[in-house]
Design a protein around this ligand. Structure first.
Ligand code: SAH
Ligand code: SF4
Ligand code: F3S
Length: 446
């Protein structure tokens, strides 16, 4: 008798809010579901199971999750069997409260449960509601190592959680304490991904410079990890994010020189340029120290691309403090900087310490717009320095900005857009840069 194909468990859809860590967790949730007979759909209206993977870093991110859930509630009216789940940071932080606010939700699971999503769906189908927030739940390794939908560029998480106490930040609360994966396991996962066609790997950690500090039987370092992963044959490009200025070790810069496939790009957020604000944020460095690191990075790797994150309007920020931040941006010459208005979050040290969110919204807004406008000009200048150069690009396919063109990234992670009659995804090609905006470089294939 011919084997009957296994019945599908239904179609699943995952909507992702938040950082790259969440993007990766969503990808692994989908792999888990796929491995258990679910089909993947890109349209929630066609799904039997929908998950939203949430972020709590700013209030807006949480609003976005609830507005998505509102839309799912409407879908559930048409399809009462629709299973709705909330995963990730907001689920971890709000827990049971989500059921109260959105009673049509079936699953609330935190930041360490995404490889159990298939079991959760089964429990719901058996008539139970699921609340799973265990902070010590093990993320199933076999799931990570199993085939997933491999793209040219893949993310690999090297650690979870964060041991810092930046006063504005909710991440240590939602993701728990720092916990590094064994080096050999990471290398194995990268090897599998490269074997399946990945050409670029980005290693992810909230504070990646402290990778390995508690590993047994011996401590490991980020440098050790980079040398081990870079050694994998067939890996064209290696990147890592995010660096914390108080943990970044200048010795690491040698790795950029030694490893030809380690790309010259550093994302190391300053958050503020004012020493008083940095102290209130408990960042552990000063404006001057940050600039020393910038200088050391540029000296070791002259062509390095720098990216930052900045919060404006943090508790007690004066106009002078803000000007210090503007000054830090002006001097650093970031390729890109992500600029946010401070959003007070429950369970953060700032709230526990009683730091007042006292910069009026109008002022936050003005400072944010002012800095963003300046940064756009500076980014344009940084990008214009590439005009006339020939740069090597790893193709990502159709451009998001212009579907008739192809886009990819150069070693510094700048977006490069070209015209081409064919799909260049996954190829390395050279481009002569003709012009630049603050957001992208435009050029011709050579
Ligand atoms: N682990 C990374 C980033 C974590 S969150 C790091 O340490 O750099 C990403 C960015 O969101 C932060 O760098 C910060 O700029 C911003 N952010 C964090 N908490 C915030 C808050 N309460 N309000 C506004 N922006 C915030
Ligand atoms: Fe948050 Fe600071 Fe940890 Fe980054 S280093 S995740 S900003 S606490
Ligand atoms: Fe990432 Fe947001 Fe959580 S930034 S770690 S998804 S709070």
């Amino acid at each position: 008798m011919p084997a009957t194909p296994a019945a599908s468990s239904g179609s699943a859809f995952v909507y992702t809010i938040g950082c790259q860590m969440n993007e990766l967790d969503s990808e692994l949730s989908l792999a888990t579901l796929q491995g258990d007979g679910f089909d993947i759909t890109h349209d929630p209206a066609l799904a039997d199971v929908v998950f939203v993977n949430t972020c709590s870093v700013r209030e807006k991110a949480e609003d976005k999750a609830f507005s998505f859930l509102g839309r799912m509630k409407m879908l559930k009216r048409q399809n009462p069997n629709l299973v709705i789940g909330v995963l990730g940071c907001m689920a971890q932080k709000e827990g049971e409260l989500i059921f109260r606010r959105a009673p049509y939700v079936d699953i609330v699971a935190g930041t360490r449960q995404f490889t159990q999503v298939n079991d959760f769906v089964k429990q719901v189908r058996a008539g139970r509601r699921v609340l799973a927030l265990g902070r010590d739940d093990e993320v199933r390794t076999e799931q990570r190592l199993k085939a997933r939908d491999t793209r040219v560029s893949a993310f690999v998480s090297v650690m979870r959680g964060c041991d810092h106490h930046c006063t504005y930040c909710v991440v240590p609360n939602t993701r728990g304490r720092e916990d590094s994966r064994p080096l050999e396991e990471i290398v194995q996962e990268c090897r599998i991904l490269v074997g399946e066609g990945a050409r670029e790997i980005t290693l992810l950690g909230q504070n990646i410079d402290s990778y390995g500090k508690r590993l047994q039987p011996r401590r490991r370092s980020l440098a050790e990890l980079l040398y081990a992963v870079a050694d994998i044959a067939g890996l064209w490009r290696l990147r890592f994010i995010t660096s914390h200025p108080s943990d970044l070790k200048p010795e690491l810069f040698a790795a950029f020189r030694d490893l030809p496939n380690l790309m010259p790009y550093l994302h190391f957020p300053a958050q503020s340029g004012s020493d008083a604000v940095l102290a209130r944020m408990r960042r552990g460095y000063t404006h001057a120290r940050y600039m020393e690191l910038v200088a050391a990075a540029r000296q070791a790797v002259p062509d390095i691309g720098l990216a930052g994150d900045t919060i404006v309007g943090f508790c007690g920020e004066t106009e002078e403090d803000f000007q210090q931040t503007v000054e830090l941006h002006r001097k650093t010459q970031y390729q890109t900087s992500f600029i946010f208005m401070y959003s007070e979050r429950e369970f953060t040290p700032a709230v526990k310490l009683g730091l007042a969110d006292d910069v009026p919204p109008g002022v936050k807004n003005r400072r944010c717009n002012e800095l963003m406008e300046l940064q756009r000009q500076w980014s344009r200048e940084v990008n214009r320095q590439r005009v006339g150069q020939v740069v090597q690009v790893l193709g990502e396919g159709e451009s998001k900005r212009d579907p008739n063109k192809q886009e990819g990234r150069n070693p510094q992670n700048q977006v490069v857009i070209v015209e081409s009659g064919r799909d260049l995804r996954g190829e390395l090609y050279n481009v002569r840069i003709d012009r630049a905006t603050n957001a992208a470089l435009y050029g011709t294939l050579v």
